[in-house]
Design a protein around this ligand. Structure first.
Ligand code: IFM
Length: 392
């Protein structure tokens, strides 16, 4: 049942948006993932990112979707391989393209939040090892500094790197994502290269334009013990530290805000960790739907004493039935967390539109809109909540 959303309270200026990434929506890309997707068997449904939503050409339509659903913010990524297709060569045409997108957003009163590393590398960098190369941080800082110089006067919020630990886990440890490695030591090295890249990007971006606010989009999972035995509680503490806290602690001094990507809750017991609420609602990915988990991670994030944005939260649901209650339920938890003292400044639903879901291709549908840009009913529900909250 869809709840009465009139009682949800959000502060003035709260950002209600949705998120995408360049590789997942733009199409026509020539980067490390685009090369990998062409190898048979790498993408479960045999598709590639090649065409997809074609947002490289249809970005104006994407902005209309935001506007039509009364969203006042958009998180998207600038594709490094377009901006710097050859080492040290910055393509003015690509810079101009993103400049037009940013201008159009601002013209429509939509606040941009920009990500600079959302899992893809230019080919020249991939050819020398990509994230695994020690020089990755240096190259990334140069690119980030340049982006802050170009766009820093127009874009205040930068969620610079997306989900470093997810990227490393899927690409270097489990290996079902590019670069398809299964090597813990290599994974640890890649992770620390990303940490260093964030820190160096923080300096280069501030130097280029001190006005920019530099954040990160960290994956945060909610953990709870099944029963409160000492062993379950101890294991839960370890899980929280390892999955959520450790990475954030490493970059805490280089953050102006914390972005949280939240998708999952786990129950922990010493015998074996299980997903929350077995038998309850699950997305088509099999991920548990547990709104309380979002409240929990927002409240845990108070520890770092930073403004917080939910930079991603969403569900894979081709029928849209789950999403219609998902959005009000999770937004209610945001409203509760704010009432209980959290400094939460915005919420970005993942995703604006169905898109290329990495190794799952187009089989997972997270969009408020279908790939041909038709609004789902959940988009109308999100719009209604935003209008109630902003008094439109
Ligand atoms: O599609 C991804 C996104 O690229 C990163 N965060 C999780 C989303 C859903 O799996």
């Amino acid at each position: 049942m869809i709840k009465n959303t009139k009682k949800l309270k959000f502060p003035k200026g709260f950002l209600f948006g949705s998120a995408t990434s360049a590789h997942q929506i733009e199409g026509h890309l020539n980067n490390d993932w685009a090369r990998w997707e062409k190898i048979p068997g790498k993408i479960s449904d045999g598709t590639t990112s090649e065409l997809g939503a074609d947002s490289w050409n249809k970005w104006r339509e994407d902005i209309k979707l935001l506007k039509n659903t009364s969203q006042n913010a958009y998180r998207f990524s600038i594709e490094w391989s377009r901006i710097e297709p050859k080492e040290g060569f910055f393509d003015e045409g690509a810079i101009d393209h993103y400049d037009q997108i940013i201008d159009e957003l601002i013209k429509n009163d939509i606040t941009p939040m920009v990500t600079l590393f959302h899992f893809t590398c230019p080919l020249w960098l991939d050819d020398i090892g990509g994230v695994a190369n020690r020089k990755f941080a240096k190259y990334f800082a140069r690119f980030s500094g340049r982006m802050a110089k170009e766009f820093g006067d127009k874009v205040e919020l930068w969620s610079v790197i997306n989900e470093p630990s997810v990227y490393v886990n899927a690409g270097y440890i489990i290996g079902h994502w590019y670069p398809g490695k299964r090597n813990i030591i290599g994974g640890v090295k890649a992770f620390f290269h990303l940490v260093s890249a964030h820190k160096q990007a923080y300096s280069s971006m501030k130097k280029a334009n001190p006005r920019v606010k530099v954040g990160i989009a960290m994956n945060m999972t909610a953990f709870e013990p099944v029963k409160k035995t000492w062993c379950n509680r101890a294991l839960t503490r370890v899980a929280k530290w390892l999955v959520n806290e450790y990475s954030i602690n490493l970059v805490r001094k280089n953050l102006d805000f914390l972005g949280i990507n939240h998708y999952m809750s786990h129950k922990i017991q010493c015998k074996k960790p299980i997903m929350f609420d077995e038998g309850g609602a699950k997305s088509e990915y099999g991920w548990s739907v547990h709104p309380e988990g979002l409240y929990q991670v927002i409240m845990e994030a108070r520890h770092w004493n930073l403004p917080v944005y939910i930079t991603e939260n969403g569900t894979a649901d081709s029928s849209d039935r789950l999403r219609q209650t998902f959005i009000p339920d999770f937004l209610e938890k945001c409203s509760d967390a704010i009432a209980d003292g959290a400094d939460l400044r915005g919420y970005f639903y993942w995703s604006l539109i169905d898109n290329f879901e990495w190794a799952s291709g187009y089989s997972m549908k997270f969009g408020l809109h279908t790939i041909d840009r038709k609004p789902r009913k959940s988009a109308e529900i999100y719009k209604k909540i935003i209008e109630q909250a902003t008094g439109e």
